[in-house]
Design a binder for this molecule. Structure first.
Ligand code: ZN
Length: 380
């Protein structure tokens, strides 16, 4: 399922190939997030044009609306949303612990109130795997306990214990045809917990491993540390996925630390605030400095938005609240993330990753506003 093609000589960056029932994914890869069976503002043709290889769908949200029976009747998530490429589905663990009002954590899952109408629902390893089987995703995630970064050592310990036990229960469940399952390592910034969680999951022999609990509002250095203390315990011949991350600069730094897969709502979320990603950092298209700027969002970008429209025009559309502006910024931002990943793969392939990384990081100015947006979790 996963072939490790090359490892960088001066960092842990890897080039790989992931084979799924709906196609091949070249790694490192960024996965646009289609929480509600749609990558916000983008249709499947635009996803293809921006260079999307694989998208993310969500168990928690789709189970609440439209309900799994509708997706089953449609013939699965691929058919329902008319995306014929690979799909990875989140197990819903993250949302249960971050969005809903938890009623009770039970031995085999969580009883919670829907964030939508307050109805009483239950999600555990068995249910999460059954839903993902019905969705027909190519990659399913185990149901985990994802605690906030403010958790006490005792809470973290309990979350890791539960995560391991639930991963074992997920492992026992039947899978969809060709579906693979990834384990999720928890443990916060605690090295011993990360190690024991990773070792216990690897013993269960999953098809890939995710590092969870890394997009839960923690500061960046803590997020990097969580990855650094987990990665050495993950098998080198299987894919590694950092959940809910990150900005382009963060993804490059995480690739240098041995990560292959990413998902993040940032490109489409900030697009809706009129913010565009460039290789120098983010720019606010609504800003008055672009009033008469007839250049594209980013010089040299070959996305549809940059080939056809100027900043002055997009700024105007934002000011008069035309939907086209949000669509075009979503196209550009998604394309930008995917192009950075493509350039990263080329750099690893040609042995120039170190130079590429230094140059990218030197040019990219992180924005506090964007880092704060990353910390907000509600959409995912
Ligand atoms: Zn562009």
């Amino acid at each position: 399922m996963f072939e490790l093609l090359k490892t960088d000589s001066e960092s842990k960056a890897r080039l790989g190939r992931l084979t799924t029932p709906h196609g091949i994914v070249q790694t490192p890869v960024f996965m646009p997030v289609g929480t509600q069976a749609s990558v916000k503002a983008l249709d499947p043709r635009e996803l293809r044009e921006t260079g999307t290889q694989i998208i993310l769908g969500n168990t928690y949200h789709l189970n609440i609306r439209p309900g799994i029976e509708i997706i089953r009747q449609a013939g699965g998530l691929h058919r329902f949303m008319n995306w014929d490429g690979p799909i990875l589905t989140d197990s819903g663990g993250f949302q249960v612990f971050s969005l809903s009002k938890i009623r009770k954590i039970k031995p085999h899952g969580v009883e919670f109130r829907s964030h939508l109408d307050g109805s009483l629902l239950f999600l555990g390893p068995r249910e999460a795997m059954e839903i993902q089987r019905a969705l027909g995703s190519d990659i399913a995630m185990v149901f985990d306990d994802c605690p906030p970064h403010t958790s006490t050592a005792r809470e973290l310990h309990a979350a890791v214990e539960r995560t391991i036990r639930w991963a074992g229960e997920c492992r026992q469940q039947p899978r969809g045809v060709g579906q693979v399952v990834f384990g999720i390592v928890q443990g916060g910034a605690n090295a011993a917990l990360r190690e024991s969680c990773a070792k216990a999951l690897v013993a269960l022999n999953f098809d890939g491993y995710a590092i969870g609990g890394v997009s839960v509002g923690e500061p960046e250095h803590e997020m990097m540390k969580a990855v650094e203390i987990t990665e050495p315990f993950l098998p080198s011949n299987q894919p590694r996925y950092a959940m809910g991350l990150g900005t382009p600069a963060q993804m490059i730094e995480l690739i240098a630390r041995g990560i292959d897969m990413f998902d993040c709502v940032l490109p489409t979320r900030v697009a809706r605030n009129g913010t565009a990603f460039t290789r120098k950092g983010t720019i606010i298209i609504k800003s008055a400095v672009y009033k008469a700027d007839f250049s594209p969002i980013e010089q040299g970008c070959d996305c549809f938005a940059c080939r056809h429209f100027t900043k002055a025009y997009l700024r105007h559309l934002l000011n008069v609240e035309e939907i086209l502006a949000l669509r075009m910024l979503s196209v550009h931002n998604t394309h930008m993330f995917l192009k950075v990943m493509e350039d990263t793969r080329n750099a690893i392939g040609s042995g120039n990753f170190g130079e590429f990384r230094r140059e990218f990081i030197a040019n990219y100015r992180p924005s506090r506003r964007v880092l704060l947006a990353r910390a907000a979790v509600a959409e995912r």
